[in-house]
Ligand binder design. Structure first.
Ligand code: SER
Length: 311
């Protein structure tokens, strides 16, 4: 029987992935864990356990107690926050993963771990960055994701751990806030558009980045985890592309619904991070190996976001 543990369940991905996993496996078979104390407003993600992935003893005890068979380990510090406290970000992103991989090795668990477009750096190709490419990230987040991918591959090859990973693009959703990334503008903009009719963007107007609607990201994650082992040819992190757009293009799509909306630009340090990332990625491996195909485009993302955000 499948018994799932989601670590980082209160985060942007965790909130929606936990719900989707519960629909599939049943509430009682998906344990949500996060370092946060749960408030009443987050009641919907119970059963819930407060846990730090850095506390390996408690994590292992939980895995044994609940007879966990699959871990989705989503707890991480993202790109912009990571630059403020690089060593703390490294510790959480790396040691957290190693704790999960070690327990997976001992107890033969299946693992999902999110990687990111941040694995790429300024020296790689900008358009349709290949699956296998130059990886010289400039952020501590990116360094932790490249290293984490290599650890995943190592645990798979050396110990047979079935660990799978996706390089998520910037994720757009309305159920939980993004956690301090460079692509967060593409979520913030909707709240500001609805509330203030104007937004000051921290990236320049023509900064194209790979992006994806959360429903696509959740579907991709579950599809990869269900794919048969023999079909998987990538044991680092799979590239998946939803769409690629710039702040100017997103603003234009919003003005089709809200003609009074205006955007200003005040680039900050996050611009340097965005400049080091690709504008789009080549996701042919994911399409070939486990039939990846996105369903949302810019038009559908914008109308879904504006329809669902409650101000
Ligand atoms: N959305 C992430 C970030 O901006 C990228 O994986 O940090």
């Amino acid at each position: 029987m499948t018994k799932v543990l989601v670590i980082g369940a209160c985060g942007q991905i965790g909130t929606e992935l936990t719900t989707a996993l519960r629909l599939k496996y049943g509430n009682e078979n998906v344990i949500a864990a996060d370092i946060r104390l749960l408030t009443d407003t987050e009641f919907r993600i119970r059963p819930y356990i407060q846990l730090s992935v850095l506390d390996k003893v408690s994590l292992h005890a939980l895995v044994l107690r609940e007879k966990i068979t699959v871990i989705y380990h989503l707890a991480a510090t993202l790109s912009a926050t990571g630059e403020k406290q690089p060593l703390k970000a490294w510790d959480l992103n790396m040691q957290g993963l190693l704790n999960v991989l070690e327990i997976a090795k001992t107890d033969q668990l299946k693992v999902f771990w999110p990687s990111s477009i941040a694995v790429y750096g300024a020296n790689g190709p900008k358009a349709f960055s290949p699956q296998h490419s130059i990886m010289e990230p400039s952020t501590v987040y990116g360094i932790s994701k490249v290293s984490g991918e290599l650890w995943c591959k190592y645990y798979h090859e050396q110990y047979g751990v079935d660990v799978r990973s996706i390089r998520y693009p910037g994720l757009i959703s309305y159920t939980a806030e993004p956690g301090g990334g460079t692509t967060d503008y593409a979520v913030d903009i909707f709240y500001h558009a609805l509330k203030h009719r104007t937004y000051t963007c921290f990236l320049k107007p023509h900064t194209a980045l790979p992006m994806m609607y959360m429903a696509d990201a959740v579907r991709a994650t579950m599809q990869l985890m269900e794919a048969s082992n023999e079909k998987l040819t990538v044991r680092t992190g799979y590239n998946i592309l939803g769409i690629s757009f710039t702040p100017a293009q997103l603003a234009e799509a919003i003005t089709k619904h809200l003609p009074v909306f205006t955007i200003n630009y005040k680039p900050d340090r996050r611009q340097n991070i965005a400049d080091s990332w690709p504008a789009s990625v080549d996701d042919r491996h994911a399409r070939h190996d486990w039939d990846w195909e996105p369903q949302y485009n810019l038009t559908t993302i914008v109308s879904e976001m504006l329809r669902n955000i409650k101000i």
